[in-house]
Each structure stands twice: as structure tokens, then as C-alpha cells.
Write a protein of this length. Structure first.
Lengths: 79, 209
């Protein structure tokens, strides 16, 4: 959950390594905001306006978090 | 467009969310730029991989359609009646705030369930947070000035009653089998349905777009 994100929520700018290239593990290591948006958009299929309504963030923030999540995941998966 | 401008648009391009002219410009650039093309291919691969993952326990998109049909006038589409075109946004503010809070909490909880089985303490904490949000929603709904037409409010309350029964049954089942992750997911899904209903009811009232 968001509140339990621990070190990841501090967002050092990098996702944690993903052993075996496991996308699920890489998603779990994302900072909370990026993880929530990524799961809702890319996995659950919600649109940015819906995510904004659901989570209370701005639509632009949702797009920025998605971009950030995808970038971090690609970095993690390429290791 | 240069490479930086292309990179900034790749997310939207992969999602088919760019205006036609911009999408064409990106496509043209990608034809001639190998590094950007590789970026786009990697992004597409990631998105395809993510979309192939199993969805979590969030309610299906068609869940609302049944409820919406019940809220809609017979033979018509949902449209605020004259009596509720201006439902007094102040009356809905606490409801919407609670719905937003509940949605956030449930979204986080559901995401957590997708990622891994939440430890018992996490589930208990989310359950407590839901109870808090739900209480606020219930208080808002019991007021007279909710902005809902009486017949709509009656339908919402009946549907809430059905969901409450389902929640009670899921809670009872979970009490008998407290480590059952499937039951936890079912219960969270019922919570989400209840919050969705309230949020949608607010939208139907015309107080939100």
C-alpha cells in the first residue's frame, strides 16, 4: 500500500533491481505514486482522467507518474 | 521534431493518445531515427508485457452498467432531472471527498493485492480505513439535502443494502478463514463496488462531470 512503501516511496530515482527480469517484482519496487498509476493504467486499463478522479491527483500528474514508472521499469528490466 | 521532443511524446504515442498530426510526425521521425525507434520498441514491449499481466480484483468495467440502468429513467438515459440539476454541491462535498479518499485507499489496497498477498496487518489496516471512509459516506447519504431525487436515492440505498449484505457475508467468511487471500480480495472488491456506487451516484446527481 502507499503508506507502506518504505524506502521506495522516498524515490531515489531508481527502481529496485528486478531479479530474473520479473516485471511484477519491478512494479512492486516502484515508488508509490508511480506504482499506483502504472497498475491502474497499464494493467487495470483505467484512463488518466479516471485515475485522477479515483486517486485525487491531477490528470497531468497521472501522465507524469506513468512516464516515470515506465522509465524506471525499463531501467530495472534491462539490468 | 527533434529526438527530445519525440521522446517526450513516446508514452502518448504508444498509447495511441496523440493528435493525428503529432502521431504522424512521430512516425516519420521513427522511420529515420534508429535510437528513437529502439526506444519506442522497448516501450511498446514493456506496455505489452504489463497489459498481459492478470488484472487484479478491481470490479469489472461492466459492473456500473447494471447499476446505471437502474438509476436511469425508464427508456431514457441518465440525465439530471430539473429538481436535481443544481443539487447543492455543498451537500455532496463530504461525500465526494470521502469517495475520493476511499478510492485512493482501495486503489492502493487493490494494487497491493495484485502485487503480492498483503500480510494480515495490512489488510486489517485497509479495512479500518475503508470503514472510516464508508462511515463518512453513509453520514452524507443519510442527510436530506444529498441532491438526489427521492426515487434515485431509494435505488441507491437498495443497492447499497445488497452490497452491504455481500460485504457482511464476505466478512463472515473471512472471519471463519482469516488467512484466505481470495476472500480478502473478494471483500475489498465489494468495498470498491460500494464506493464506486456512491461516486457514480454523485455523478448522476449532476454535481460532478
Amino acid at each position: 500500500v502507499l503508506a507502506e512503501d518504505g524506502g521506495a516511496s522516498q524515490d531515489a530515482g531508481k527502481a529496485q533491481p528486478a531479479p530474473g527480469g520479473d516485471l511484477a517484482r519491478a512494479v512492486a519496487a516502484l515508488p508509490a505514486g508511480a506504482r499506483t498509476v502504472f497498475v491502474l493504467y497499464d494493467i487495470e486499463g483505467y484512463q488518466h482522467d479516471e485515475i485522477a478522479q479515483l486517486t485525487g491527483i491531477a490528470e497531468g500528474t497521472s501522465k507524469a507518474q506513468l512516464h516515470r514508472a515506465r522509465r524506471l521499469l525499463r531501467e530495472a528490466m534491462s539490468r | 521534431m527533434n529526438c527530445d521532443e519525440i521522446q517526450a511524446r513516446l508514452d502518448a504515442w504508444v498509447d495511441d493518445a496523440l493528435p493525428v498530426a503529432e502521431a504522424a510526425a512521430v512516425a516519420t521521425h521513427l522511420r529515420d531515427c534508429e535510437p528513437c525507434r529502439a526506444e519506442a520498441a522497448a516501450l511498446r514491449a514493456l506496455v505489452a508485457q504489463a497489459r498481459a499481466l492478470p488484472r487484479s480484483v478491481l470490479p469489472g468495467r461492466d459492473l456500473w452498467s447494471g447499476i446505471e440502468a437502474r438509476l436511469a429513467p425508464v427508456g431514457g438515459t441518465i440525465r439530471p432531472s430539473p429538481a436535481r440539476e443544481r443539487p447543492g454541491p455543498a451537500a455532496w462535498r463530504p461525500l465526494l471527498a470521502a469517495a475520493a479518499l476511499g478510492g485512493l485507499l482501495l486503489g492502493a489496497a487493490l494494487a497491493s493485492h495484485w502485487l503480492r498477498e498483503a500480510p494480515d496487518r495490512e489488510f486489517a489496516r485497509e479495512q479500518a480505513r475503508y470503514a472510516e471512509a464508508s462511515a463518512a459516506l453513509s453520514r452524507a447519504l443519510t442527510g436530506d439535502a444529498t441532491g438526489l431525487a427521492p426515487e434515485t436515492r431509494a435505488v441507491v440505498e437498495r443497492t447499497l443494502s445488497i452490497l452491504d449484505q455481500a460485504i457482511a457475508e464476505a466478512e463472515a467468511a473471512l472471519a471463519a478463514d482469516p488467512r484466505n487471500a481470495t476472500l480478502e480480495q473478494m471483500l475489498l472488491a465489494r468495498y470498491q463496488q460500494r464506493l464506486d456506487l456512491l461516486r457514480r451516484a454523485a455523478a448522476v446527481s449532476g454535481s460532478v462531470s
